[in-house]
Design a protein around this ligand. Sequence first.
Ligand code: PLP
Length: 428
Amino acid sequence: MKRDRSEELFQKAIRLIPGGVNSPVRAFRAVGGTPRFIREAKGALITDVDGRSYIDYVCSWGPMILGHADGETVEALRSAIERGTSYGAPTELEVLIAEEIIDAVPSIEMVRMVNSGTEAVMAAIRLARGVTGRNKIVKFEGCYHGHVDSLLVRAGSGVATLGLPDSPGVPAHLARDTITVPFNDPEALKRAFAEHRDIAAVIVEPVVGNMGCVLPRPGYLDLMRELTRRNGALLIFDEVMTGFRLARGGAQELYGVTPDLTTLGKIIGGGLPVGAYGGSRDIMQYVAPSGPVYQAGTLSGNPLAMTAGLVTLRRLRDPDVYRRLDLAGARLCAGLMEAAREAGVEVTINRAGSMWTVFFTAGPVEDWASAAKSDRGRFARFFHAMLDEGVYLPPSQFEAAFISLAHDDAVLDKTVEAARRAFARAIR
Ligand code: PLP
């Protein structure tokens, strides 16, 4: 039998790259089978090296909100590349993107660009510790904040998918400074503050994407704000996923809760490697060279990344964009719910705008413990059935899926049709 090209490449890749991939969850470990090697993408579709196209709900794990190979972005990049790819000196583009972010995100008066979400979180944590003179960080079980040493404790995303509660290589003394509490549990958070006097910051995905999509209960983010303020700790919203995704101003705009620091990534780079962190002028003035908290980057503010990011952020100024994304999310998830009901599969679908997850459990799913009750065997069968139908979902139960502006009604309805058959296969 002729082996397909993805299989050939994967066999080669696993000899050359750990697990054959450059980021763990791409490896299909949770669902089995061979990851598809992608050749190209356009709009809502990605095409693998064997020429098979899929409706894409990974969207590069969030950044591709305009759809793949967006015409305006490609043109802007083409023109930017002619002017050089990196200078290591300031550019006008960096000023423009800073203006755009500050205008959009309520908590941000000053912003620093970095190269990934992980870097943004790492820097925000250092800054919170530098400003408060304290060390302890509160995080929530099942939240993922990048592969930052001190936050790889009971983390979500690939860490949860692979069943690694803690990572070897993280020094015990660092892990000791991380206090983990269950998400959506007000009493646990109050207890953490009652038991620890030296909390520098609480970091949270205000709408969680990394245990699958999980929304905060009413008032929960307000409680975080109140407790941090009362106890002299900073509140960090990790909006790497939710920033410019749920609303132009992110989850903080949607929920009306203003954190001290915000981390961003994904969408702000328009598909190129970018992260950013920002907050009030008072706090950001601590960052070098204004202040003593050191943070730097050879490629930070890279002109290509800033170009793609600016095109994206300018397009997201139109408030109708978020109404359309929300309608698309509602249409898709209502269709999926109906398809699951017809097939007799018990599922819980959580959704925030264009971010969603189908959990194979009766639910509700409100924290890591309830997310973990999902039937992962069913999820894996559903995932592969959808892949056979030409729909590419995140290859793990504990990830959010994303809709882009290129996912029109025809694409969404085709997805629901595929799901009718895939749900039936999931329970066999
Ligand atoms: N924070 C959140 C909420 C994320 O979802 C991610 C990545 O998925 C990160 C941080 C890390 O970002 P990056 O993968 O760009 O380092």
